[in-house]
Design a binder for this molecule. Structure first.
Ligand code: NAI
Ligand code: MG
Length: 491
């Protein structure tokens, strides 16, 4: 007869009995250069001033990277203009498509390397870069390749024309995927590109440049310049750029909107969000709990469409929160290169400070904080998954984008109250609805002021599906046939 266990049920379920052995993804095959410059007119060029990009999970320096000044950006725009005038805008769509298909296949062939570098440079779990970021990046090139020779059918009754040089600035949360979102439709539509990766995550864009070179993409069709906000501003403000596409903070989005106002540049902005994940009492609770976890802890919550506000119907709030807290206690936090890791490193020290600042405000304003028992690595930038209850719509953490693994929980009684609370932020990007009743789901969805609504799922992406927001979340759509509109003049 065995001894009676003194462990609590919680310990038995979630304690050390369930520790996973490490499952490291090897990174020995990754062959990074010590220094990366820019990719201009089909060649790699360096400039004098540099910065370091680090691995946020270890704080080790991965490479130094050149900073593009105004003159370097000008060189890139001139290369893009020349390629547009002489080659790309004249090339038949079916020929452009061949390059895009080739790039898509090469992303697939090099997927392991791309995934590991993405994880090292940005801190996201390898499972996500391997299963989401890289396959979706390839999928975007495949999808838009298919439109290149069919543009005249995309908008029946209208004639379409490319715009010219597209200036693009992207953030650090999905570095390769955002590059694909921006570059693939621009090229399919016949434009050429000058793009700037984010300063904490420049490496996979440089690997993509190597793919462009190997694919034989004509020089100047895509130019990649590295640097900080000033480099981004130099692209946005360049006189010979015809279209500006930006993904990043609402704050910078507003600066760009002002800068572009009064010019004839076409503009799309994909900015922040404060997505509501709405759980009705007729939802499948266990599925919904998985959806809540995926909605806020995917990519450490560095997701513009994250379900960062949980709106749960009052009569099931206790059950949902109990299950949610148990589920969060099983999340594995730590080494992003471990295949079991659910929550990796925060992208940068700045972002970690930002998250801490907002969490402190949450506590100071009286919300109740829950964090699971977990030990965070000594080195690198990590933050425990966090749930705030007793949150009211006027709390800062119910209004401001935290962009980290922090969930704010509010309750509601009726569908109308859920709709009102969901719409009660300056943003309007994404929401999720969990209900067994299709009619309720569609009625609520039709009244949410946001660009994306998921039903009984969350954070699902597909190149055929348009993505974008309203209000402070920006305007314009990426993905789908709608994503082509941003890169075409349609008459
Ligand atoms: P950010 O908006 O400053 O950076 C995004 C990109 O814009 C980077 O490539 C940056 O170099 C560039 N940039 C910065 N200033 C610029 C300017 N004046 N002109 C042109 N380009 C410029 O975002 P940051 O500072 O990295 O993050 C701050 C907050 O922004 C985060 O805490 C998060 O709330 C939000 N954010 C939202 C993103 C989203 O996808 N919705 C992505 C990144 C950040
Ligand atoms: Mg980095």
């Amino acid at each position: 007869m065995g001894k009676k266990s003194t462990k609590s049920v919680r310990d038995l379920l979630f304690g050390d009995l369930w520790e996973y052995a490490p499952a490291p993804q090897s990174s020995g095959f990754v062959d990074l250069k010590d220094h990366y410059g820019h990719f201009i007119n089909g060649e790699f060029v360096t400039t004098e001033e540099t910065f370091e990009t680090i691995n946020p999970a270890t704080e080790e320096v991965l490479a130094t990277v050149s900073i593009a000044d105004d003159a370097t950006v000008d060189r890139a725009v001139k290369a893009a203009r020349k390629a547009y005038d002489n080659v790309w805008s004249k090339m038949p769509g079916k020929e452009r498509a061949k390059y895009l298909y080739r790039i898509a296949r090469m992303i697939q062939e090099k997927s392991r390397n791309l995934a590991v570098v993405e994880t090292m440079d940005g801190g996201k779990p390898i499972r996500e870069s391997r299963d989401v970021d890289v396959p979706l990046a390839a999928a975007h090139f495949f999808y838009y390749a298919g439109w290149a020779d069919k543009l005249e059918y995309a908008f029946p009754g209208a004639t379409v024309k490319s715009l010219g040089v597209a200036g693009q600035v992207i953030p650090w949360n999905f570095p390769l995927l955002m590059a694909a979102w921006k570059i693939a439709p621009a090229l399919a539509a016949g434009n050429t590109v000058v793009i700037k990766p984010a300063e904490t995550t420049p490496l996979t864009a440089m690997l993509l440049a190597e793919i462009f070179q190997e694919a034989g993409l004509p020089p100047g069709v895509v130019n990649i310049v590295n640097g900080f906000g000033e480099t981004g501003a130099a692209i946005v403000n360049h006189d010979d750029v015809n279209k500006v596409a930006f993904t990043g903070s609402t704050q910078v989005g507003k600066i760009i909107q002002r800068a572009v106002a009064g010019t004839d540049k076409k503009l799309t902005l994909e900015l922040g969000g404060k997505g509501a994940n709405i759980i009705f009492d007729d939802a499948s609770i266990d599925q919904a709990v998985e959806g809540i976890v995926n909605g806020i802890f995917f990519n450490q919550g560095h997701v513009c469409c994250a379900g960062s506000r949980l709106l749960v119907q009052e009569n099931i709030a206790e059950e949902v929160l109990t299950k949610l807290k148990h589920r969060i206690s099983t999340l594995i936090i730590g080494d992003p290169l471990d295949k079991n890791t659910d929550v990796g490193a925060i992208n940068s020290r700045d972002q970690l400070d930002n998250i801490k600042r907002l969490v402190d405000i949450g506590e100071a304003e009286g919300a109740e904080k829950f964090q699971p028992r977990c030990t965070l690595p000594d080195k690198g930038f990590f933050f425990a998954p966090t749930v705030f209850t007793d949150v009211t719509p006027s709390h800062t953490i119910a209004q401001d984008e935290i962009f980290g693994p922090v969930l704010s929980v509010l309750t509601f009684r009726t569908p109308d109250e859920a709709i009102e609370k969901a719409n009660n932020t300056p943003y309007g990007l994404a929401c999720g609805i969990w209900s067994d009743k299709g009619s309720k789901l569609f009625r609520v969805a039709s009244q949410l002021k946001c660009g994306i609504v998921w039903g009984n799922t969350y954070n699902r992406f597909d190149p055929t599906s348009p993505f974008g927001g309203y209000r402070e979340s920006g305007f314009g759509r990426e993905g789908g046939v709608q994503g082509l509109l941003a890169y075409l003049e349609v008459r």
